[in-house]
Ligand binder design. Structure first.
Ligand code: MRU
Length: 344
């Protein structure tokens, strides 16, 4: 299945806030609609918001009323600003905007041809994402043994990408296809519950046994020998600092626990998630609303006046990562040297 699509010159996406109870598709007719969809997390997950950003810019190209090339480029630059202003942590948004703007600036021909080229480029990015994630799955499946139980956080499955496999769940799905018996322990992932709602939904549909745990139960499960390996996705991997991983809040805690219990901790991500430009000090961790934490079942459950802090991501240092699983292969330490192969 696809997370986001281009249909009749509009962007159509699954509203992931409604899953698993309702599978509802929403249609976006402007770049503002697409940006709101990303901000409100109708679509979420780093690779998914990257390809959605590309389709959002294709929509901006389609809707542009420009009659000259410089006006057209200005429209696209404005659209890129709107899209990249939605969520600051995942590098994929910025990566996608850069690719589309480069295409817009380099393509030859009429405005109509430029529009078509941009739409084609965005659609290719969607297709490529699926192929890349399949490769991540093939490399990662070699690390999974028959009978393994894999821990994971958030949702890094097909819903977090363009479709089909995902990143962290891809090795699990490929291992399952190969006939290995694999079980999953999914952290529920407060406050948005992507693990409980989305990872469990995906794995159940694939016939892969999954147990959902509250985030605080991870240490208990690891200490009892219930987790053989841990695989998560990433929103941004800072190459300059040697591979710090920004990922869903709770990932750092999982990596420390994995280290304590000698459980291999893997990060599965496409090369588009590796940031070769920014340093760790420039990383922005998104903070989301208080109500995501404070409201349960439609009711505010925290005493009035109490403060809430809701960081959406945290940072895992590279010394806690056993290896990165990418479409180019499994990358082991020393990361500073080894990650260079992703640049070309
Ligand atoms: O806030 P979200 O749901 O967009 O966060 C998603 C994650 O943290 C994922 O682990 C990450 O984007 C990798 S998805 C393949």
């Amino acid at each position: 299945m696809k997370t986001v699509m281009w249909e009749n010159n509009k962007v159509v996406m699954i509203d992931q806030n409604k899953l698993p109870n309702e599978l509802e598709y929403v249609t976006m007719s402007s770049v503002h609609d697409v940006a709101n969809g990303i901000k409100e997390m109708k679509v979420r997950g780093a690779p998914a918001i990257g390809v959605t950003a590309a389709l959002g810019l294709a929509l901006a190209a389609y809707n542009s009323k420009a009659t000259a090339r410089h006006e057209f480029i200005k429209d696209l630059e404005k659209a890129a600003e709107i899209i990249t202003g939605t969520r600051p942590t995942a590098v994929n948004l910025f990566w996608a905007a850069e690719i589309i703007l480069t295409e817009a600036n380099s393509v030859k021909g009429t405005l109509e041809e430029a529009r078509e080229a941009i739409i084609k480029k965005a659609l290719n990015m969607v297709e490529e994402d699926v192929q890349i994630n399949r490769k991540i799955g093939e490399f990662g499946a070699n690390l999974i043994e028959d009978g393994d139980t894999i821990g994971t956080v958030c949702n890094a499955g097909w819903l977090a990408t363009a479709g089909e496999y995902g990143t962290a769940l891809s090795p699990i799905k490929v291992a399952h296809e190969q006939g290995k018996k694999v079980n999953v322990i999914a952290m529920e992932t407060r406050p948005k519950l992507q693990g409980a709602r989305l990872t469990a939904f995906e794995l159940m549909n694939d016939g892969i046994p999954v147990k959902v745990i509250v985030d605080g139960a991870l240490g208990h499960c690891m200490s009892k020998g219930m987790v053989d390996k841990f695989i998560c996705g990433a929103d941004r991997i800072i190459v300059k600092s040697g591979g710090h991983v920004a990922n869903k809040i709770g990932t750092y805690m999982a990596s420390v626990l994995a280290d304590k219990h000698k459980i291999p901790f893997y990060v599965a991500a496409p090369s588009s998630t590796f940031d070769f430009d920014k340093d760790l000090s420039e990383l922005i961790i998104e903070e989301r609303s208080k109500s995501e934490v404070g409201v349960i079942n439609g009711k505010w459950i925290i005493p009035k006046g109490a403060n809430v802090f809701n960081p959406a991501f945290d940072v895992t240092p590279p010394n806690l990562v056993k290896a990165f699983i990418t479409e180019e292969g499994v990358i082991s330490p020393p990361f500073r040297e080894q990650l260079k192969i992703l640049r070309c």
